[in-house]
Design a protein around this ligand. Structure first.
Ligand SMILES: [Zn+2]
Length: 372
């Protein structure tokens, strides 16, 4: 009996031992399993992230014309033709100067689809460079206040954009364009200018010299100056020049010209703007008249030249196409030998630049409150 009892105890011990061994084994297996499961879960998460990233990546979607859809700001890297269809045979809607920003909505192998004044047009992609994608638009739109690098103070210009057009070009373009948006009246794209009666200098050359002086003066005053041209070898119509200023939403568009007359005694400076009945942009007549008045007064004061005042006319394409305050500045007569002798000197050109800049300062600080 005692022997049997001992056997039972021994059996129980064996069983207990066996159980505990099995238990250990089971535990180990479960731990391993758990570890494996955790690893597997991590892998799955990584996979999920990768999948999400792949979905966010902008799939190149193509529009009905086969153009890859984008939303970018691009700018011209040359004088370009803006066409109504993506072909060199396409009608030209307008021309743009170098460095003009436009909105690009698509591209194919050769052409970019852009939107200008709400119209879909095409520019050869080789002449464009990307300024910003939609994603960094917010950063680029933040304005900065320009400070005078010498004084560290905010200057009058305050970064406002002034577009300067040196009138005419080396080779006139006798092709015609509408004198204003939608007009059936046509006018040469770029006429030949006047010629200096003594020196023989061409108006396009003299205008550029003065325009460059004005660029220096306005830049020093803190304006952001954009030049329609810095070379004589360009081909840009008067309407295209106005569109350049429109696209930049310029605070003022200043067109530099030098006058001519069959009367060699005619002298002095004048500015030009539209009439208050202009069919294209009479809405900005008041601003243009103020700008023109301020500029001719500033110019006359700085140079001592007689002021011929403001000439109002609706015959100037570059004014009619403008949507921003614009004036033509006739800085003097190159058909008057005495005045021409002054006009070709850099000393007098600096005075002209200062006078025009004074007028722009006044216009942009005092607005349309001019008293004549
Ligand atoms: Zn001219």
């Amino acid at each position: 009996m005692r022997k049997g009892y001992m056997r039972v105890i021994a059996c129980m011990l064996v069983l207990i031992l066996a159980f505990s061994l099995t238990g250990c084994g089971k535990d180990k297996t479960e731990n391993e399993k758990k570890k494996t499961t955790t690893e597997a879960t991590t892998e799955a998460t990584t996979e999920a992230i990768t999948t999400t990233e792949a979905t966010t990546e902008p799939e190149p979607t193509v529009d009905e014309d086969g153009f890859t859809i984008v939303k970018q700001t691009v700018k011209t890297t040359d004088y370009v033709n803006v066409r109504l269809s993506p072909s060199t045979d396409g009608d030209i809607y307008q021309q743009l100067a170098n460095d003009v920003e436009v909105e690009r909505i698509g591209y194919n192998e050769e052409w970019s689809k852009v939107v200008i004044d709400g119209n879909t047009c095409y520019i050869f992609s080789e002449n464009l460079t990307v300024v910003s994608d939609e994603k960094d638009e917010e950063e680029t739109e933040e304005g900065t206040t320009e400070k005078d690098p010498t004084t560290g103070q905010t200057s009058t210009g305050d970064g406002k954009i002034i577009v300067i057009d040196a009138g005419h070009q080396a080779t006139p373009n006798t092709d015609e364009e509408p004198v204003g948006p939608g007009s059936s009246e046509m006018k040469a794209k770029s006429s030949a200018g006047n010629t200096g009666v003594s020196t023989g200098i061409a108006e396009y050359e003299l205008n550029l010299e003065i325009a460059l002086q004005l660029e220096t003066e306005l830049t020093a005053r803190g304006y952001e100056v954009k030049m329609i041209r810095t070379s004589n070898e360009v081909d840009m119509s008067n309407a295209a020049r106005a569109e350049y200023a429109n696209n930049l939403d310029a605070a003022a568009f200043i067109r530099i010209h030098t006058n001519g007359s069959t009367d060699s005694s005619a002298s002095g400076c004048m500015t030009v703007c539209q009439t208050d009945e202009n069919p294209y942009n009479s809405d900005i007549y008041s601003a243009c008249k103020t700008l023109a008045t301020d500029v001719v007064n500033g110019l006359s004061a700085a140079t001592g030249a007689k002021s011929e005042g403001v000439w109002e006319t609706d015959s100037m394409s570059g004014i009619n196409w403008s949507k921003v305050p614009v004036t033509i500045v006739e800085v003097g007569y190159m058909t008057n030998p005495d005045e021409e002798a002054l006009l070709v000197t850099s000393e007098y050109q600096v005075k002209i630049a200062k006078g025009i800049a004074d007028g722009i300062d006044k216009f942009l600080t005092e607005g349309e409150s001019v008293t004549e």
